[in-house]
Design a protein around this ligand. Sequence first.
Ligand SMILES: Cc1ncc(COP(=O)(O)O)c(C=O)c1O
Length: 393
Amino acid sequence: MLQLDKRLDDWTAVRRDFPCTDARVFLNTGTLGPVATPVMDRYLAAMRQWNAAGPGASDVYVGWRNRVETARAKLAAALGCRAESLSFFANVTDAINVALVGLRLPAGARIITTDEEHGALVGPLTQLALSGARIDVVPFGAGGPDLVARLADAMDQAPTTLLALSHMSCETGAVFDARALADEAHRRGVLVMLDGAQAAGQMPMALDAWGVDLYPFNGHKWMGAPTGSAGLYIAPAAAERVALTYVGDGVGWSTGYPAAWTETRPTDGRRFEYGTRNWPCWVAWGDVVDYRAALPGDPHERQRQLAHTLRQALAAMPGVVVRSPDPVGGIVTIEVDGFSGEALYQALLARGVVGRRVRRPHLDGIRLSVAYFNNLEDLESAQAALAQLQALR
Ligand SMILES: Cc1ncc(COP(=O)(O)O)c(C=O)c1O
């Protein structure tokens, strides 16, 4: 367990754990989030220890492999599920592929998705379409009950096998009630996979209670875990529906060489993990859970309040159109009259503000991601940079 000291009694001290806040106004946790220095120090010390011992020293690497189980249990508690329901991956795209391919969807299966999906989902869905799946797209819009209703209508139009969409739009931060959607889908015998890459770390998680079947998610964005941290949740009821696609030397099966195959953990998430991995990275994810639990307040609530404040301030600026609903998490997306998203991104970057461009047929702007380590001065700097840009026009 991390030793936390008295420095963590206010958010100003917390901010000092994030050196990326020194040089620039960092508003891009939605792409990759920084790791708090105490967690990073411990992670790097582990890597040095491993290296110094000789990476092939089994007392070292097996020890780290075993420590992953402690991290899995901590993460499961934070996400509201059982440890056996979680598998670790290096990125959420891997988790999405393993889930979608493992479902072994029947030929011609209909999948419903939205118009604001990341390439991590669009790519695998496109591959499924090339082998005969039918992909129908509904607008994500402002999320909420309207999106749940749109998806319910779409399910009623033709037999459907799967809903596969983001829980939170990476473009606007719009979100919806996962439980309500799972209920609508299950009433119709449809499976639900939500890409939680953005939601995890932006809002409280309750995976078992939500009832979704599959929930791939990221550690290396809003949760603040090292780059290379992602997971897949499979609900207990869906555990046997996902077949193995990639296999190797792992912990979930045994074989009578060369052809007899026995799955020793048929419903356990660890069956998807194999080969040599960066175990200390996932152990560090467990440290992140401890770090966040010791923060002076609720990180979700702090970033929501900061993002709400930013949204109000930007909405009051002439020529700025806010494209995010009032935030549940930390994302505020805007368009600015006379600027493409690319131009906005470049101009803000030149003024020391790091955001991320958003370009869709219906959206051409910039996404600002506000994390709990950001502060009001960051928001004022972003606002001032935008005001400068407008004055130059
Ligand atoms: C909604 C969503 N899904 C998937 C990804 C891809 O994440 P990874 O690089 O971990 O595969 C992102 C990254 O921005 C995302 O926003």
